[in-house]
Design a binder for this molecule. Structure first.
Ligand code: NAD
Length: 360
């Protein structure tokens, strides 16, 4: 994204919504999304679309059409004929009310449903991590390119207004020359969760949580990290972590010389934060990767600053859904296209490799 696009995106994000534009067919036509997989994140995404002037849910894809399918169809006014199963998913091609699919499935299913969605002629908004290998990411980019549909990855933090204020401060030189980052995202996963299965998760906390500080650092600097060192550890012996690591810590160096040190875990409590240190100032993002309550404090131009977002969840998902709707209506590339997911995946593969536990 160049500076002009960034400024425009920030202004629109701060406004909290996009004005309906008539460039995509009939005036005020909303972009219709099919939610694929009706779990936690799709539930949030559907809520975010419920009061949007430019996006709405027009179809559902679920393994439980009679229960979850009916429940959400009644909540969001989706016709019963627009409830699909994973087996009948490809028939979505015939549904003119579906402009795009929203992929909210376990990580290892993202590639298959993105490719099939593209082949059905639908634009794709796919959750992060984009897939479980860079080879899969390339396959998804190619399939969308061949079908001439758009591909966006759900990096909601890149659309978050408080983050965009912080990035504005950094890019306007408010911290002087950037020197280093320290970031982390930590949590707990219960035994039996699909995230602890290598086949479904693809990897452990790095793919799911570590990707947040990684993506933020790449986004803020516009640089691709290299020179990785990494260590992982599984201290718990309950068997919960028999397939993926419990915790990962890594360092990386950007081509300009900026250093970064990050951590993530599926088995510990810890902050969701990113410290951004320059030679004349610093910012600390707190609740940095959470759905709401993002705060920043630090020292900018010799003065202490402190700001806190008052926006209410699921505003990040609303901005994201409306950004992609705007891209579809006005034939623009998403701010977080498939290439963005691929770059993260290449870094993730390098981090696992540095830890001596290659995933691809
Ligand atoms: P979830 O377990 O709540 O939902 C997954 C859905 O996939 C369920 O409806 C489940 O029935 C369905 N499913 C289909 N086949 C399945 C299978 N073989 N095994 C398990 N589930 C299957 O998961 P979630 O938290 O909604 O995560 C889904 C995706 O969204 C993941 O890729 C995750 O990384 C991403 N995510 C993104 C964010 C974000 O803030 N952007 C937050 C949470 C999750």
């Amino acid at each position: 994204m160049d500076r002009r696009e960034f400024t425009k995106l920030s202004a629109l994000a701060l406004a909290g919504t996009y004005l309906p534009i008539d460039a995509y067919g009939a005036a005020n036509k909303q972009i219709g999304y099919a939610a694929v997989g009706l779990g936690t994140i799709s539930d949030i995404f559907m809520r975010a679309c419920a009061n949007s002037p430019t996006a709405k849910i027009t179809a559902l894809v679920t393994g439980h059409p009679e229960t979850k399918g009916v429940k959400y169809s009644e909540m969001y006014g989706v016709p019963k004929t627009s409830i699909y199963t994973y087996e009948t998913f490809d028939r979505i091609r015939e549904n003119a009310d579906v402009d795009a699919i929203y992929v909210g499935l376990p990580n290892s299913m993202h590639c298959d449903y993105t490719v099939r969605g593209a082949q059905a002629g639908k634009h794709v908004l796919c959750e992060k991590p984009m897939a479980i290998s860079s080879a899969e990411c390339r396959k998804m980019i190619d399939a969308c390119g061949q079908a001439k549909v758009k591909l966006m990855i759900g990096y909601r933090v890149q659309y978050e207004p408080m983050w965009n204020q912080a990035i504005g401060i950094v890019r306007s030189g408010g911290l002087g020359q950037l020197e280093s980052f320290q970031g982390g995202f930590f949590g707990q996963q219960p035994a039996g969760a699909w995230r602890l299965s290598k086949a479904l998760g693809g990897g452990g906390a790095l793919l799911d949580l570590g990707i947040y500080p990684l993506n933020a650092i790449r986004h803020i600097t516009g640089e691709e990290p290299a020179n990785f060192t990494a260590v992982l550890a599984t201290r718990e012996r309950s068997g919960r972590f028999s397939e993926v690591e419990q915790s990962m810590e890594w360092t990386m160096k950007l081509p300009s010389g900026i250093l970064a040190s990050c951590g993530c875990s599926y088995g510990q409590r810890g902050p969701s934060s990113l410290a951004i240190n320059g030679d004349s100032g610093y910012l600390v993002m707190e609740s940095a990767f959470n759905y709401e309550g993002v705060r920043l404090h630090g020292e900018v131009g010799g003065k202490q600053i402190e700001l806190a977002s008052t926006e209410k969840h699921p505003y990040q998902f609303k901005i994201e859904a409306e950004h992609f709707a705007d891209c579809i209506r006005n034939n623009k590339e998403a701010a977080t296209p498939g290439e963005e997911g691929l770059k993260d995946m290449l870094a993730i593969e390098a981090i696992y490799g540095a830890a001596g536990a290659p995933i691809a």
